[in-house]
Design a protein around this ligand. Structure first.
Ligand code: SF4
Ligand code: SF4
Length: 298
C-alpha cells in the first residue's frame, strides 16, 4: 500500500539568519504599520507641545504657558499634574484592556532603542559599525535630552553666556546626554526590563486575557528561530505562554508584533499560515484540514 502523503515529513527551505541580532523594520502586517505611525505621532507631539507653548514651563526665565497663553506657575503646575494623572489613567485602562502597548507603541525611548538595533543590524558587515553606532546613540541621546529639556527650559539659554542659568543648563544637558547615552548604548531594551519603573510595573500587572502572542500548535513551524532572533526583549515568543509572566512570559512582551511579522514573512515562503499569531485572531487554518486525514482502519 502506498504511503499516505501526510506521513511524508515536509522539507522546508533552509533559513539563513545573520550572526548579529536581527532587527525588523519593514512592517509586514497592518499592526506594525500602525505602530510606526503611532510612535511617530507621539514623538511629534513631544516636540510640538512645548514648541507651540501648548504647555511649557520655562524655569530659566520664570515664564509659563498653557495653550499659547502665559499663565502663573501654579496654573502651569496644575496642568502638569492633570496631564500626568490623565496619562496614568489612560495607560492603566489601556493596559487592563489591551496589554503592554505603552512600551511597544508609545514610549519614545523604545523607538530610540529600536533605531539603534536597526543601525546595528544594517551595518553588521561594516568595518566601522561600532564607531557609527556610538555616534548614532550619542546623537539620539542628545536629541532626546533637548526634546525633554524644551518642556522646562528655554533652550536658547545655551547660546547666552550672560544668562544666569547658562552654566546650569549646559551642566544638565551634559549630564542627561551622558546618562542617556550609557543607557542606550550599553543596555538597549534591557533598560525597559530591569530599570524603567513603568516597564517593571507593567510586567507585573499585565493580564493573560489581554492581547498577547500565541504559538498555534495546529500550524507548522519550520523552526527557523527568526522570531527569537528578532524579539527586542530577548523572549522566546513560541514559549511565552508556558513561562510565568514575569520571567520570559507574556508580561515582558511589549506587543511590538515583530515576531509575528517575521513569522508571517517566513511562512509565506512555504505558502503556509504562520504559527505565531495574536490571541485575538479567531480564524485558525490548520496545516492538515480534518477532511484530509483518512479514517483509521479498524
Ligand atoms: S514576543 Fe514578539 S511581540 Fe513580544 S516583544 Fe518579542 S517580538 Fe515583540
Ligand atoms: S514560530 Fe515562525 S518564526 Fe518562529 S521558528 Fe517557527 S516558523 Fe520560525
Amino acid at each position: 500500500m502506498a504511503k499516505p502523503t501526510y506521513y511524508t515529513r515536509p522539507t522546508f527551505r533552509p533559513t539563513r539568519i545573520p550572526k548579529i541580532r536581527l532587527a525588523h523594520w519593514k512592517p509586514v502586517t497592518a499592526y506594525t504599520r500602525y505602530r510606526w505611525v503611532v510612535q511617530a505621532l507621539v514623538v511629534l507631539s513631544f516636540i510640538l507641545v512645548p514648541q507651540f507653548k501648548l504647555l511649557k514651563l520655562d524655569l530659566t526665565n520664570n515664564q509659563y504657558w498653557l495653550f499659547g497663553h502665559e499663565v502663573s506657575l501654579r496654573i502651569a503646575l496644575q496642568a502638569v499634574v492633570i496631564l500626568w494623572l490623565g496619562t496614568y489613567f489612560i495607560n492603566f485602562f489601556e493596559n487592563y484592556l489591551v496589554g503592554r502597548l505603552l512600551c511597544g507603541w508609545i514610549c519614545p525611548w523604545g523607538l530610540l532603542n529600536r533605531l539603534g538595533m536597526i543601525i546595528n543590524h544594517l551595518l553588521r558587515r561594516h568595518r566601522r559599525r561600532q564607531v557609527i553606532l556610538t555616534g548614532a546613540n550619542l546623537l539620539f541621546s542628545t536629541a532626546a535630552t533637548l526634546v525633554v529639556m524644551n518642556w522646562m527650559v528655554d533652550l536658547t539659554v545655551l547660546l547666552q553666556p550672560q544668562h544666569p542659568y547658562f552654566g546650569y543648563v549646559w551642566a544638565a544637558l551634559g549630564g542627561l546626554v551622558a546618562i542617556g547615552f550609557v543607557i542606550l548604548h550599553r543596555m538597549g531594551f534591557k533598560f525597559c526590563e530591569t530599570i524603567c519603573p513603568f516597564g517593571m510595573y507593567l510586567t507585573v500587572v499585565t493580564q493573560k486575557n489581554s492581547l498577547r502572542v500565541v504559538f498555534d500548535t495546529r500550524r507548522a513551524c519550520v523552526d527557523c528561530g527568526l522570531c527569537t532572533q528578532v524579539c527586542p526583549m530577548d523572549l522566546s515568543p513560541r514559549e511565552m505562554d508556558f513561562n510565568d509572566h514575569i520571567n520570559g512570559g507574556f508580561g515582558q512582551c511589549i506587543l511590538c508584533g515583530d515576531c509575528i511579522d517575521v513569522c508571517q514573512e517566513r511562512m509565506a515562503l512555504e505558502n503556509l499560515p504562520p504559527p505565531l499569531r495574536w490571541n485575538a485572531e479567531d480564524e485558525i487554518i490548520p496545516l492538515l484540514p480534518p477532511e484530509a486525514t483518512p479514517a483509521r482502519q479498524p
